[in-house]
Design a protein around this ligand. Structure first.
Ligand SMILES: Cc1cc2nc3c(=O)[nH]c(=O)nc-3n(C[C@H](O)[C@H](O)[C@H](O)COP(=O)(O)O)c2cc1C
Length: 179
């Protein structure tokens, strides 16, 4: 089934994860809408990553999927900052990203958060646990090294591939165990 997927890129390190996720989803049958936070745009410059244009600004509450009546099938926040994690966990829907996540939660849609920070404070861990308990997938940006990856790109693809797996989107972005 063709899915409507909202991808949000927020202001955490690892903006390349978001870019790669958009590229990978663009090669599938699924329809993607992209929202990039203002801070993510600044960090993209800092990290030397050229981002695609976003479809909606973070302040556009008139985007269709800001309403439960047009909820997306799935949402991926990649990378997900601790600020956005907290906004989602505490129902503070002050931008389109946290609002769409709120819509996904209330409408029972899939929500995957690729949280990026280290170390994690008890506050961040509590926010992760709170969301995990209601079915939100918390997918820390932790690549595995068992595939003997030797390029940064492989490590990025591993995390993005796992995120797409969680969304229910088939992909061959990474080498699976014993493959
Ligand atoms: C260069 C840079 C790197 C950052 N990296 C992270 C990070 O890895 N994780 C995180 O939670 N916040 C990080 N921050 C802080 C967030 O950008 C900040 O909390 C911001 O309010 C997040 O806003 P947003 O979630 O709306 O994009 C970073 C900030 C800068 C300037």
């Amino acid at each position: 089934m063709k899915k409507n997927v909202v991808v949000a890129i927020t202001g955490a390190s690892g903006i390349i994860y978001g870019k790669r996720a958009v590229e990978a989803l663009g090669k599938t049958k699924h329809k993607t809408a992209l929202v990039i936070s203002e801070t993510a745009k600044l960090i993209a410059k800092e990290e030397g990553v050229k981002l695609p244009a976003s479809d909606y600004s973070e302040k556009d509450f008139f985007a269709p999927f800001a309403s439960g009546s047009r909820a997306p099938d799935a949402m991926l926040v990649i990378p997900c900052s601790l600020k956005t994690l907290s906004a989602i966990a505490n129902g503070c829907s002050d931008n389109l990203i946290s609002r769409t996540a709120e819509v996904c939660i209330k409408e029972g849609k899939k929500l995957v958060l690729v949280v990026r920070e280290t170390p994690l404070s008890p506050i961040a861990l509590e926010n992760c646990l709170k969301l995990s308990r209601i079915g939100v997938i918390i997918l820390p940006a932790c690549p595995a090294f068992y595939s003997k990856h030797d390029r940064v790109e492989d490590l990025v693809n591993f995390v993005v591939g796992k995120a797409l797996d969680s969304l229910g989107v088939e992909n061959k972005l990474y080498k699976r165990w014993k493959e």
